[in-house]
Ligand binder design. Structure first.
Ligand SMILES: [Zn+2]
Ligand SMILES: [Zn+2]
Length: 105
């Protein structure tokens, strides 16, 4: 009747894979690829991220702020590049239009 819980369990993220262990955070079964060892326990990616977040946030609050700032700067750079491309595309059309019809005589 009783089968090994872990042996028969499947990874919560990969249904085809056998579970290698239980996440200490959420208690779900995951395969080896999904589990990461930390603090002599295994964690799924989600719980690991949350745990690292708590750790980093508690130790170095500025690191999180810098990370968010870096993400913002990258986003701004991307937006700026898109804006530039749009301006270039937009400005090339009216320039030709003005040359052809606007300022002739
Ligand atoms: Zn988990
Ligand atoms: Zn998996």
């Amino acid at each position: 009747m009783m089968r090994g819980a872990i042996a028969s369990a499947r990874c919560a993220a990969h249904a085809a894979r056998e579970a290698a262990g239980l996440c200490k955070g959420c208690g779900h079964a995951y395969c080896r690829e999904c589990l990461t060892e930390l603090d002599s326990a295994v964690w799924c990616a989600r719980c690991l991220a949350g745990r690292l977040d708590v750790r980093e946030g508690a130790r170095r609050p500025w690191a999180r702020a810098a990370g968010q700032l870096g993400l913002g700067a990258a986003g701004m750079t991307l937006l700026f590049a898109i804006w530039n491309a749009l301006l270039e595309a937009a400005s090339s059309v009216p320039a030709q239009y003005l040359k052809a019809g606007g300022r002739g005589h």
